[in-house]
Structure formats: structure tokens, C-alpha cells
Design a protein around this ligand. Structure first.
Ligand code: NAD
Length: 517
């Protein structure tokens, strides 16, 4: 079957929801490299979203009843399906998002790894366990378990259209929830493909994972549809709107927002390795990475060598849509305007702008941006303060790593970050003190590929965590249970207790805790 036929199938399959909703409005998703139409998708309105969530609610009960083992089996079938069709999915990601095939394969690989981890660890992390009842309830058994929330709404961005939403979808499903996913309006075909793949791989729980498509209004309808939690990944301004909408129904939210991640290059760093990591961290995926490196603070001792190495490496980068291209186009044309604005802003403020050798006149269209290094841009500049989300990297000279850390930590964002130093103690110390949710020492972005590690930010980068045990618990509510094993002769929680009983308790507490000053 050709890709076009497969896409038609996918669109039709995802429209399983649509047929029943009779939604008339549609929108097109286009290939950012060519402008060609990738697919036509329904704009799901409030009624359609509500119906989808209601169907998911019914499915959620059955899905939860399958237990950890039953869900693990089905999540394994899903990841097997994704792994077998990785080339098909990566071709679709390439066409709709624009990134090179190799990057798409890497993204899907990470998503599959997280699916495996979430399914494999859900039982141990969330299942019922006994905890110590303590002195006052010594005659009781105490149990703790983490129960699913029902239906989880997931709203996703376009930059990592498989990996990013899967960080919520996989963990929410493994925890026993059904999921309704609204992909970005720029990557609906990928979202529809993921849901169609689920129906094909897990037919006996097909409604446990469904997709709705559309713009912000469709996302807002999902916020209002009575879901147990809304997991949002996107920009901070939209995150604020999502929180406000969710507040109407007291729907809890998870916020995975933008970043302005920094790298600190210390005196003793391996400068070549740091430059290689900074260039890849900044420019891969055309810089459209929430945890991409946007700022580097290099100490005066290494600054010149680091800048020389980075500019040399950047020279060789070439955006394009062929298999040899290092990165693809901007997925959203409007994002190109933001990036150009930041470069202009940096130049106007006296920053030096160094571009790669790639000739922009040979770029296929204006969605392709030249790799750009910005040197010594003032700290209050837009290119330093706001998320650029393009193939740019600012490098600033600092006295030492302490000054680098201070400047790193002034950002309103705090998602990820990186430190380069040969000293283990110094690396871990700087990483701990960095105001971010995640930091890699002597590499970039590695934390995202470790399924056991939680992923999320601080400040304008959001709150809550996906991935790891915290990511599983994020999609549950803790349930506490006690069971009286035997009755005591004196029950303190009864109007029938003698006055002497509380006097005895006071004496015991005095002996146990009174000596602490
Ligand atoms: P965006 O905020 O424009 O849109 C994200 C999603 O929100 C889309 O699906 C959109 O349709 C939906 N939406 C828009 N308005 C809405 C509303 N009023 N109510 C409900 N939903 C609404 O973000 P984007 O441009 O798609 O993605 C890029 C941003 O995402 C960047 O800031 C990037 O850093 C961030 N991001 C963060 C992470 C993370 O894990 N922290 C991962 C990837 C991307």
C-alpha cells in the first residue's frame, strides 16, 4: 500500500470518531518542505469532544479492570506495532513535521522505550503495598495504592509529535487511564496515525486511546469535557490559557512548557566535546526543541577555543529535506519570523552574528533557516530572555562557572540544561544548583532518554512530571486504606474511652518526643 493510501486509511480510521459526530468543518495539514497537503482533518467541536471523552470514560473502566498485567500485554502489542512500522511512521513525521528521517527514527525509538518502561514499572510503582501503621494505629494494617483518574486529556505540540505526547499518553495508559489526545494542528496526521495504530494493535480496548483534531477551541473543549487531568505540552502563553479554562471545572493540570536552556562550559571542560554537544543541542530539529541548548556561558579561559570550535562545526551544517541535510525546515512558517526577530534584536543590541557556510539562496523555501551563532549579546536582550526555538545559539563569556550559574538561573524558564567539566564533584554540584528540572553533565538532553528519570520544569517551564515513577504517579490519585486487624481494649477514637487513656498517651509522647530540643 502506498503512503498516500496508508494516510487515507489513517485519516479514515481516526475519523472513526468523526463519522459519528457529523463534524463538517475540516482543516489541512501541509508539508513544511513543499507546502503539499499531507491530510485533511475534522475540526472537532465541543459536542464531538464531549462524545469522545464519554466513550473514553466507558473504556477507562474496562481498561482499569485489566490490571497491570493485562495492560502491560496490550501496551507491548502497541509498541511492537510501532516498532514494526517505524519506517512508515518516520516517513509521515518527515513529511508533516519536516525533520530528517534519522531524527524521526530517533524520536520514535525514544517513545517506544518509554512505552516499555511505563508498562513494565506501573505495577511496582502504583500497585497496592502495605506501609507501617505507626504507634497510634498499631492494631491496624495500612495500605497505599495509586488509582487511575479515569480519562486523561493530552494536548500536544508539533516539534516532537511522537515523543512528546507519548510521555503523557504511555504513562497515563500504563497507570490505568483512558486517553483522549489532541495533537497540534500542525501535526494532526501523526496524532491520527498513533491512534489508528492503537486501534489496530489493541482492538479489545480500542477506545482507551482516541484522538480529536482541531485548533485551540478543540483543546479548550477537551479542558472542559470533565477529564480527570489535562496534560498540556506547549508554550507558556497557551499554558496559562489552558490552566484558566481547566480552573472552570477544577480540572487538575500538568504543564510541560517552553525552555531557554543553558550550557555552562567550565575551565577544565573538554571544549571539543562541549562544542559538538552545544551545536547538536541547539541546531538539531532546526532548534525546535523545548530542551534545546539556546544559551552557552563559557568561562574566559575556554571562551575563544569554544567559539572557534562551535563556529567551525556550524559552518558545515546544511538545512534541507534530503537525507544528507542536518536539519529540516521550521515546521510553522510563523516561527521563522520569531527566530529572525531574535537574531535582528541581538544584532541591534551589539551582538555579533556568525552564520554557517550554507547558502540561503539555495534553501528550498523561506521555512529553512541558516544556523546562526550569536556572540556576546546583552543579557537583557530578547534573544537571551525569550525562547527562540530556532537554529541559533548564543555564547557569552563569563568570569567563571559561578557567574555562568548565576546568569543561567536568572531565566524565567527552567526546563533542562547542561554542564561541561571534567570534575565529577563540580559537575554534580553545578547541576544540582542549576534552576531547572533536568541537567546533563558532559552531554546534552540525555536525561530525556532515561525512562526512569522524571521530566519537567520549574518557573515558566511548567510543573508536574512525565517519565519515571513520578510520571506514572502524575496520572493517579493516591488512595489510603486502613483495616483494623484486632480491637484494643481501649479505643481512643470512641466517646467511651476513659480519661486516663489520653493521660497515658500524653505520658508516652512525653517520653518518646519530649527529650528533643
Ligand atoms: P502552543 O502552545 O502554540 O500549542 C500547543 C497545543 O495547544 C496545540 O495543540 C494547540 O492547538 C493547543 N492550544 C492552543 N490554544 C489552546 C487553548 N486556548 N486551549 C487549549 N489548547 C490550546 O505550542 P506549540 O507551538 O505547538 O509548541 C511549541 C512549544 O511547546 C514551545 O514553547 C516548546 O518549548 C514547548 N514544548 C515543551 C515541551 C516540554 O516537555 N516541556 C516539549 C515540547 C514542546
Amino acid at each position: 500500500m502506498s503512503l498516500a493510501e496508508q494516510l487515507d486509511t489513517v485519516t479514515a480510521a481516526s475519523a472513526g470518531t468523526v463519522d459519528r459526530h457529523a463534524t463538517t468543518q475540516t482543516f489541512e495539514s501541509t508539508n513544511p518542505a513543499t507546502g503539499a497537503v499531507v491530510g485533511v482533518f475534522p475540526v472537532h467541536d465541543t459536542d464531538a469532544v464531549t462524545e469522545t471523552v464519554e466513550r473514553a470514560r466507558a473504556a477507562a473502566t474496562q481498561w482499569a479492570e485489566l490490571g497491570f498485567d493485562g495492560r502491560k500485554e496490550r501496551l507491548a502489542a502497541y509498541r511492537g506495532y510501532l516498532a514494526r512500522r517505524m519506517n512508515e511512521l518516520s516517513e509521515l513525521v518527515h513529511r508533516e513535521n519536516g525533520k530528517p528521517h534519522g531524527d524521526a527514527i530517533l524520536e520514535i525509538t525514544l517513545a517506544i522505550d518509554h512505552l516499555a518502561w511505563a508498562a513494565g514499572h506501573a505495577g511496582r510503582t502504583l500497585g497496592r503495598r502495605r506501609v507501617r501503621a505507626g504507634m497510634l494505629a498499631a492494631n491496624h494494617a495500612a495500605y497505599l495504592e495509586y488509582q487511575p483518574l479515569g480519562v486523561v486529556g493530552v494536548i500536544g505540540p508539533w516539534n516532537y509529535p511522537v515523543f512528546t505526547p507519548m510521555g503523557s499518553i504511555a504513562y497515563a495508559l500504563a497507570a490505568g487511564n483512558a486517553v483522549v489526545f489532541k495533537p497540534s494542528e500542525h501535526t494532526p496526521a501523526i496524532g491520527a496515525w498513533l491512534a489508528a495504530a492503537w486501534r489496530a494493535a489493541v482492538p479489545d480496548a480500542a477506545d482507551a486511546f482516541q484522538v480529536v483534531t482541531g485548533f485551540g477551541e478543540t483543546g479548550a473543549a477537551l479542558c472542559r469535557a470533565g477529564v480527570g487531568k489535562l496534560a498540556f505540552t506547549g508554550s507558556a502563553p497557551t499554558g496559562r490559557k489552558v490552566m484558566a479554562t481547566c480552573a472552570e471545572t477544577l480540572t487538575p493540570v500538568l504543564m510541560e512548557l517552553g525552555g531557554k536552556d543553558a550550557m555552562i562550559v567550565d575551565d577544565d571542560a573538554d571544549v571539543v566535546a562541549a562544542a559538538d554537544a552545544a551545536v547538536w543541542g541547539a541546531m538539531s530539529n532546526a532548534g525546535q526543541t523545548c530542551i534545546g541548548i539556546e544559551r552557552v556561558y563559557a568561562t574566559s579561559k575556554v571562551y575563544d577555543r569554544f567559539v572557534a570550535e562551535v563556529t567551525e562545526q556550524v559552518r558545515k551544517l546544511r538545512p534541507g529535506s534530503d537525507d544528507e541535510a542536518t536539519y529540516g525546515p521550521m515546521t510553522m512558517a510563523s516561527q521563522g519570523g520569531v527566530v529572525r526577530g531574535h537574531i535582528e534584536g541581538a544584532a541591534t543590541a551589539g551582538g555579533r552574528v556568525v552564520r554557517g557556510d550554507a547558502d540561503p539562496s539555495l534553501f528550498p523555501n523561506e521555512n529553512y533557516l541558516a544556523p546562526t551563532v550569536l556572540l556576546d549579546v546583552p543579557e537583557d536582550n530578547v534573544a537571551i530572555r525569550e525562547e527562540t526555538f530556532g537554529p541559533t545559539l548564543s555564547i557569552t563569556k563569563v568570569r567563571d562557572a559561578e557567574e555562568a550559574l548565576e546568569l543561567t538561573n536568572t531565566s524565567a524558564h527552567g526546563l533542562g540544561g547542561s554542564v561541561f567539566t571534567k570534575s565529577k564533584a563540580r559537575g554534580l554540584d553545578l547541576a544540582r544548583r542549576m534552576r531547572s528540572g533536568m541537567t546533563s553533565v558532559n552531554s546534552v538532553l540525555t536525561f530525556a532518554s532515561v525512562p526512569a528519570l522524571p521530566f519537567g520544569g520549574v518557573g515558566d517551564s511548567g510543573f508536574g512530571r512525565i517519565h519515571g515513577e513520578d510520571g506514572l504517579k502524575e496520572f493517579t490519585r493516591a488512595k489510603a486504606i486502613t483495616r483494623q486487624r484486632y480491637a484494643l481494649p481501649v479505643n481512643l477514637m470512641s466517646f467511651g474511652r476513659p480519661a486516663s487513656a489520653t493521660d497515658a498517651v500524653a505520658r508516652v509522647m512525653g517520653m518518646l518526643h519530649g527529650r528533643h530540643r
